[in-house]
Each structure stands twice: as C-alpha cells, then as structure tokens.
Design a binder for this molecule. Sequence first.
Ligand SMILES: *C/C=C(C)/C=C/C=C(C)/C=C/C1=C(C)CCCC1(C)C
Length: 265
Amino acid sequence: MIFKSMRFKTALGLGFVGAVASTQVAAATGALLKPNDFVGISFWLITMALMASTVFFFLERDRVSAKWKTSLTVSGLVTLVAAVHYLYMREVWVNTGSSPTVFRYIDWLITVPLLMIEFYLILSAITKVPSGVFWRLMIGTIVMLVGGYLGEAGYMAVWPAFIVGMAGWAFILYEIFAGQASKINAQSAPPSVQSAFSTMRLIVTIGWAIYPIGYFFGYLTGSGPEASANALNLIYNLADVLNKIAFGLIIWSVAVSESESAAKK
Ligand SMILES: *C/C=C(C)/C=C/C=C(C)/C=C/C1=C(C)CCCC1(C)C
C-alpha cells in the first residue's frame, strides 16, 4: 500500500515544507535580504539546514530498528517545526530589523519539550522509566521559557526574569546529572546509550548555555538597541544549529549503531 510507505509520508512532509516556503516567498512583499545583513543571512542558512535535516531524519527511520524509530521521528519534528518558524522569523527580521520574539518563543515552547522527550525516549528504549522523570523535565522547561519570555517581551524586568529562567534550567540540569534520569542511565543503559546520554547531557549544559549568553548580550549589557538585537539573534541562531541539528545527529548515530549491533546478534 502506497499510504503505508515511508517514502510516501516523507514526500508528504516535504510537500508541506515546500508549500509553506513558497507562500512565504510569495508573501515577501517588503524588503529583500541585503548582502551586508549577516543576521538575516544566518536566518536563511539555518532555515535550509533545518529543512535538509528534517528530510534526512525522516528518511533514515527506514534504517534503524523499531524501538529507535520514534526517536528519529521526534528529531525530524523538532527540525520541521523550527524550519517553519525560521521562515517567519527571517521575514520579521528582514522587514523590520527587530527581534522576532513571539515566533522564537512559540518555536521553543514546542521544540524544547520535544527535545526533553528525547531523553525519556532513549532511556525508555532500553528500560522502564518512571513518568516522574518526564514531568520534572517538563516543569523545568516551562519555568525556564516563561521566565525568558516575560523578560524579553517586557512583562517583567529583565534581570528578575533572567533569574527565573536560570532556575528552570538548573532544575533540568539537576535531573539529568544527579536525579532519577541519571541513575537509570548509569544502572541500566548499554555503553552506546550511556555515551549518547552523556553527550546529550553536555549539549543541554554547554549548548544550552549559549541561550542565556544571548539574552545577556541582548538585554543586560546596556549597549544600543541595534547592536543588542544583532547580538541576540546571531547568538540564538547559532545555538539552534547546535541544539536542534547536532542533538538530532547524536541520536541518529546511536540509533544506527545500536540497530546494526542488534542485527549482528
Ligand atoms: C531549540 C531550542 C532550544 C533548545 C532552546 C533553548 C532555550 C534555552 C535553554 C533558554 C534559556 C534561557 C535561560 C536559561 C535564562 C532565561 C533566558 C532564556 C529563556 C534564554
């Protein structure tokens, strides 16, 4: 049946991305990308990288064993959702030169929980994981993002909002370094999953640290609005490449190697 085939579904996904992209291009009645607008260029580059990654993760599902397929689907969803938001963010930036804060946070509100689910899924692929792990990761995420949004959108003073956001992130770090998620990993995971888990953990520590640095340069240095907006968006954009695409590639590589070693047995 054609409807069951993965290629058909991928084609459907691609068609969707293409349709969104073409309405965006058609709607771009305002300014065009200027050759010296490096922040705008970074929006474009990353949009394309996210689209390509989406296709890659969906197609590579065919190569891995059943229990890893959901992880690759989630990776592809993260890059798909982000690609669509990048089209809108680029439009705001190129036309107004201001930060696309609302689109940025709607994107994060969807993609960060999906990334947190990945932790839960890679552990669930090898052992039974209590749902408390999932909920604690979710609560930390929401506190972090709500704090950041209140500060960036002007509902709260920028410093206190920053501190609320940092507290949410600290809570997530505690769970994956010292809490139940880390214990399950240490006790039950095979070496390849343990190494993926620790790389993912490093991403959530070092890769995610780039976002509060962006916030800092965007709001807390006291520099002028143009320089602040440039720094904020460039730093957030670079952070997304690492935390969405590289994060997905780590999961992809452990899924492929685990599937191949299971096939040999
Ligand atoms: C794909 C998008 C990702 C992984 C976004 C992650 C965002 C953060 C880790 C944001 C963190 C922030 C703080 C830790 C402090 C307050 C300001 C934020 C929201 C930028």
